[in-house]
Design a protein around this ligand. Structure first.
Ligand SMILES: Nc1ncnc2c1ncn2[C@@H]1O[C@H](COP(=O)(O)OP(=O)(O)O)[C@@H](O)[C@H]1O
Ligand code: SF4
Ligand SMILES: [Mg+2]
Length: 333
């Protein structure tokens, strides 16, 4: 078996923009526009970028919940986009999702038992009908909930507990990969660490690989083995934890890192903070060349003409992939 469980190449999702009574297509929102990466068994890949850069769309593409506009996706050696019917259903067993908002992603009219057991209705061969209640109780216990609460409803639980319910549903089918789409963003800071710890515990026990989506680099640092930074539908830098946090080479990553609130007040205003100016351009009409050139303090003429490839570039110690013509490491406090 290969060490790579998921390989995306040139993934694209363009949404048509329709206008007028004839609903003519007048353009496309390039939500994901050529994203390539691989995910190894049992690892956590963090995906970070500002709101609207295409993270959730990427997650839905990986789940085969969206019709891709282009690119390919290999899941465990199988061409995911070529699967249909029963084959697609089997593939979907192995890749699950946990959503951001535990308040809206759980059906308020269903009991916890039927929410967590729902995957068994879709994949009836996984657990025999007469064993399902027991299995659901095991899952509740696994995620730190009281198995006796199986008949309660979502509103009887706190936000953190509801996210545990969502996680129990996510692991019910023993998947290989779980996409966590901002799973702690809606939770109180005090509860976030508990949910992250639970995800880490499950990863160790069940050998799961995670794609952990967040809009903030600080959230994914602790949990990620590697991190990919997205900007306007593209991956602009990807590397291991040390490479991204200690020697980022892409100006956008450096700006995101310097935007993290500084714990030490004496360092504030020390001139090392990089302020991002200007709004994020529209993904319907991305800038030419390097998409970041309209906001980049290092931009030169070539940047608006030539699109920099995401390729290994020196970072002071070795090299890691970065999409900048002038990539150079910079220590950001
Ligand atoms: N179903 C859709 N139809 C049209 N545009 C969409 C759709 N889903 C997302 N978009 C657009 O695609 C871009 C990326 O969205 P999204 O993937 O949700 O970003 P993120 O999760 O990073 O905030 C946004 O401009 C968003 O408005
Ligand atoms: S290629 Fe140019 S505009 Fe793009 S990030 Fe690098 S320096 Fe900035
Ligand atoms: Mg999103």
């Amino acid at each position: 078996m290969s060490d790579v469980v998921l390989r995306a190449e040139g993934l694209k999702k363009h949404y048509p923009i329709r206008r007028g009574v004839l609903r003519r297509t007048v353009g496309h929102v390039k939500a994901v526009d050529g994203v390539s990466f691989e995910l190894h068994r049992g690892e956590t890949l963090g995906i970070v970028g500002e709101s609207g850069c295409g993270k959730s769309t990427l997650g839905r593409l990986l789940m085969s919940l969206e019709e891709p506009t282009g690119g390919s996706l290999m899941f465990d050696g199988v061409d995911a986009f070529a699967q249909k019917g029963g084959d697609l259903r089997r593939l979907r067993r192995d890749i699950q999702i946990v959503f951001q908002d535990p308040y809206t992603s759980l059906d308020p009219r269903k009991t916890v038992g039927s929410i967590v057991g729902e995957p068994f209705e879709i994949h009836p061969d996984v657990v025999p009908r007469n064993k399902r209640r027991e299995r659901v109780q095991e899952l509740l216990e696994l995620v730190g909930l009281n198995p006796e609460h199986i008949n309660r409803y979502p509103h009887q639980f706190s936000g953190g507990q509801r996210q545990r319910i969502g996680i129990a549903r996510g692991v019910a089918l023993n998947p290989k990969v779980i996409i966590c789409d901002e799973p702690v963003s809606a939770l109180d800071v005090s509860v976030q660490a508990q949910v992250v710890n639970l995800l880490e515990k499950l990863q160790a026990e069940l050998g799961l690989a995670y794609i952990f989506i967040a809009h903030d680099l600080s959230v994914v640092r602790h949990i990620s083995d590697r991190v990919g930074v997205m900007y306007l539908g593209r991956m602009v830098e990807i590397g291991d934890e040390d490479q991204i946090y200690n020697r980022p080479t892409h100006p956008y990553t450096q700006a995101l890192l310097s935007a993290v609130p500084m714990p030490d007040p004496t360092l504030r205003g020390s001139g090392r903070q990089i302020m991002l100016t200007g709004d994020v351009p529209s993904p319907a009409n991305p800038p030419s060349g390097c998409r970041f050139h309209t906001r980049c303090w290092k931009a030169q003429d070539v940047c608006s003409v030539e699109d920099p490839a995401l390729e290994p570039r020196p970072d002071g110690v070795d090299a890691h992939r970065s999409a900048c013509h002038f990539a150079e490491p910079r220590v950001v406090v």
